[in-house]
Structure formats: C-alpha cells, structure tokens
Design a protein around this ligand. Sequence first.
Ligand SMILES: Cc1cc2nc3c(=O)[nH]c(=O)nc-3n(C[C@H](O)[C@H](O)[C@H](O)COP(=O)(O)OP(=O)(O)OC[C@H]3O[C@@H](n4cnc5c(N)ncnc54)[C@H](O)[C@@H]3O)c2cc1C
Length: 536
Amino acid sequence: MGEETDFIIVGAGSAGCVLANRLSEDPRNRVTLIEAGGSDARFFVHLPLGYGKLFYDPAVNWMYQTEPDPGLAGAADHWPRGKVLGGSSSINAMVWIRGQAEDYHDWGKAVRGWGWDDVLPAYRAIEDNEAGEDAFRGKGGPLFISANQRGLHPLVPTYLEACAQAGLRTNSDFNGADQEGAGVYQMTIRGARRNSAARAFLRPAKRRQNLRVLTQAMVTKVMIQNGRAVGVEYRQGGQAKVLLARREVILSGGAINSPQLLQLSGIGPAEVLQRNGISVLVDNPNVGRNLSDHQGINYTWEMTVPTYNDVLRPWWGKLWAGMQWALAGQGPLAKSINHGGGFFRTDPAMTRPNMQLYMQAFSTLLPKAGERPLLTPDPWSGMSLGLSNCRPTSRGSIEIRSSDPMQHPKIVANAFSTDHDVTEMLAAVKYLRHLAAQPALAKLIKRELRPGPEIQSDEDLIADFRARSGTVYHPSCTCRMGDDPDSSVLDGKCRVRGVDGLRVIDASSFPSLISGNTNAPAILMGWMGANKILGK
Ligand SMILES: Cc1cc2nc3c(=O)[nH]c(=O)nc-3n(C[C@H](O)[C@H](O)[C@H](O)COP(=O)(O)OP(=O)(O)OC[C@H]3O[C@@H](n4cnc5c(N)ncnc54)[C@H](O)[C@@H]3O)c2cc1C
C-alpha cells in the first residue's frame, strides 16, 4: 500500500514546524513532515529586508489571487503565502505580536481551554525574548525574539514624538500588559537574519532519527476509511505516492490550503463538494467559511530629511547597505520593512485599540497595473505611515474550483463589505494625517504624496482606500475551532468533527482573528496543538 509513520504533518509552516519539533521530542514517535515547497536555503529568505524580493517569487510563494473584490474597487488582490520550509514565516515581515488579552478572552468563550490564562504560559514557554523575562515575556524558549532597539532610523524617534504630541503614549512592549501606544515592534530576527519557524523549530529537530522531512511533496488528499484518517496521497517528482499514518494526520497547510485539502478529501459544504464531483464524507458548511483578514493602507510623504529611499536607490547606497549588513549585521537590510509601530483607538470611547500602525522610513514607487512592487524606492526622500484594522467584521470564503488539487481555490476576500469596516477605516486614515500634522513630523514634511492633498472629502477618502488598500496577509479562521458544532470545523483539541485521527492546526484553526499580526498565534497553535496531542 505505502510507507507508514505515526504522525503525518502536512505543511512545514509556522505551526507545522513547531509540531514537527514537539512531536518528535519523544523518540518513540515517528513523524513525517510533508512540504509542498523546497529548502529555505536562499539568500533573500535569510536577509530580513529580502522580504520584498520574495513577494512575487513563485519559487517560495503560492502567489494566490483573490476574486475581483467589489470592496477593493473591483481589483483582484495579490495574496502571497510561503511555499518553502518555514511557510509564511519564511517570507513574512517578521513582526512579533501576540494580540490583546481580550482576543483570547473571546477565544476562551468560543472554545474551552484557549483563554488568555491558557495561552499566556504557552507564549512564555515559546519565547526567548531579548528584552528579558517578565510576567508576559518568556526567556530560554526555542524562539529568539529581537527587542529591535539597535540602529533605529532617526525618523523613528521623531515618529514616536509626533504620536506623543497626538496623545498616543510610547509603549515599550506591545506584547506586555497593554497593547495601546506607539513604539517599535519586536521581531523574529536573530543575528541580523530572519528567525523563521524552520530556523527556530525545524532545524534543531532535523537531526533526530525519528523525524523525516519530505520537500517538493504536495499532499493531494487525506485518505479516510470507515470514518478515520489513515494516511495521505501526495505527489513528488511527478509521481503519485501514499503515506499511511498509524496514529494521526495533521493538516498545517495554512488558512487557504487546509480548507482546500479538507474539501478535496470530502469534508466541507455538501453543495460545494457535489458541484465539483467529490463524494461527501462529512457535510460541514463551515469548512472554508469565516475567512477573516486584516486590510491595510499606506499614506506617504516627501520629507526634507534623508530616508532609506536615499540609501536604497543608488547602486553605491545598496552596496553600502550590503556591507553594513554583512560586516556589522546592521543597516536597513538587517531590519523589517516596518520601522515603527503602534496601536490606537479611532474612538476614545472604545475600551481597546482597533487599529494597528506601521511606520516606514521609506516610500515605494506607485505600482504598475496588477503589481505592488516593494523595495523600489521613490526618487525622493519618502516616509510612509500605514495602518490595518484589528478586528474587521467582513468575512470571505475559500472554495475549491474543481477536484484538481493543483488548481488554486477560489478566494473571496469580501474586503470592506460591512459598514463597520468602512466607517472605522475612514476614521483611521484621518488619524494618519493627524499624526503627520503634529509639530515633530510636520516640520520635516515637504508634501503629501499619497493619496495627495486633493483627496479630502469622506467620499474621496473611502474611494482612495478602496482603490489602494489590500490584505496585510493575515487570512485566518477558515477551519475554526469552537465548542459549538454548528459554527465550527474543529473541537477544542483541533480535531476535525466527524472524522477520527484528523486535526487541523494552523492559522485556519483560530476561533477568531486576533488584534495584530498572525505569525505568533500560528506558532501558538502549533505549540498548544502539540500539547493537546501529547496530552500535556
Ligand atoms: C507577505 C507576508 C507578510 C506577513 N507579515 C507578517 C508579520 O510581519 N508578522 C506576523 O506575525 N505575521 C505576518 N504574516 C502572517 C504570518 O506569517 C502567517 O499568518 C503565518 O505564517 C501562518 O502560519 P500557518 O502555519 O497557518 O501557515 P504557513 O506558515 O503559510 O504554512 C503552511 C505551509 O504548508 C505548506 N502546504 C500547504 N498546502 C500543502 C500541501 N497540500 N501539501 C504539502 N504542503 C502544503 C505550504 O507550502 C506552507 O509551507 C505575513 C504573511 C505574509 C504572506
């Protein structure tokens, strides 16, 4: 029939790498990790600002496109996802944010065992935080987190001063007691190199005899017999193969691929499966539904002082930046694209932040049709202030288009499809100009570039963010966990309802989207999911 292993993990991404590490700690467990992409031994994966080079690179990226979205002025949005060891943690912007305690209070209400008091010890166990240990941060765990305090661009303190002038206090730890304020993000960067889940969790485990990692191997179906997952079918090197699981199959393919694979395997909305000629094993309308994602936009200004545009545009500047990185582990290439950050409320009556800020000491060229080129600096000294919504109410979906596993599924993002999301984004973009008008920044600004001073009315501001905004790459919740079987796909142990021996553990399992970037909670899913499997 095929080879056998104890645990099959599908996908070596943020969650999958953690699972591979934790499950193979016990030498009695034989674990096989199957990854559709290849090795992460690539220069631009390891160079932090190499981020921009991976954005459209099909060698490491699934390069998804959404359906044309009415909420984005009819545009189809580009959705990069990592297709390489480390998954999206190998191509992301490396910001380390856990979210707000209240997000996990919501998780705890939706599913027992996932409240703030449950996840905080797990986060602390995961982290080796450069900022040191306290009631919130962890030290000595497998994942080094950079406090990101060295070599900040001079505009970062100016940005913090402007935020303070606008009444937004400086916050030295967004992952501490309170998320609100402006500051610099902690980063998954170690020694001036990206600290992906592959580097932090998979590499140390790879030498174990009981862990096998298959790359360039695409799982096409979960094999289910008599209501139990018994293995997977996959393709590698042009050949169709089978691998059997003595204990469990765990899907960690991410928020797009995991629901796709469930649907291809006969688990999902009956009507969608039947339309695509797939026999229905479990009719669950929630598979691929509840797609939640953050939407973001940048405003840019020309400055009277030098920014990274002046360094990264000329060839000699690039050479200088390359030398700074190679010789000293410093300079713009050693950093994330996001130099400053923050969280604020669009309405002071709110009890917690509903918007996330990003400050970049550079600005990029206007995109050509269908593109969002990164790292092509404007031919002047530019600065960007961007934001994304923390808890959007718009929901989309993932659906297979055919029974062909190689065909990308249909992604309906439904961005800005609720009045709530449009109204709060309108208030938020006005806040960006409010920040830029504060004395600390205003004195250094020559002119507003985008959207430009002619865009003033509410109608024009909305039209602008519909035309220029897009995903900030956090799709989640498409196989969500919950105690309520009618509105969820998974139970509180990440087990797929209606099938034995099958779990989904990745960003698709989130009960709801958290207020911030999603790598930390995806890694948390891997960690907590392993605890559930191991009975810890
Ligand atoms: C461009 C970009 C920027 C981002 N920036 C940030 C940031 O700064 N901070 C942050 O916190 N988050 C960020 N994110 C989001 C974050 O990285 C993801 O939410 C997180 O990595 C998701 O983890 P995951 O385990 O769910 O899936 P992934 O990490 O995407 O892993 C899924 C893995 O499964 C593999 N796979 C899928 N299907 C199959 C199959 N059928 N067979 C075999 N293998 C398969 C994939 O190739 C991939 O390696 C960003 C994401 C992107 C794309």
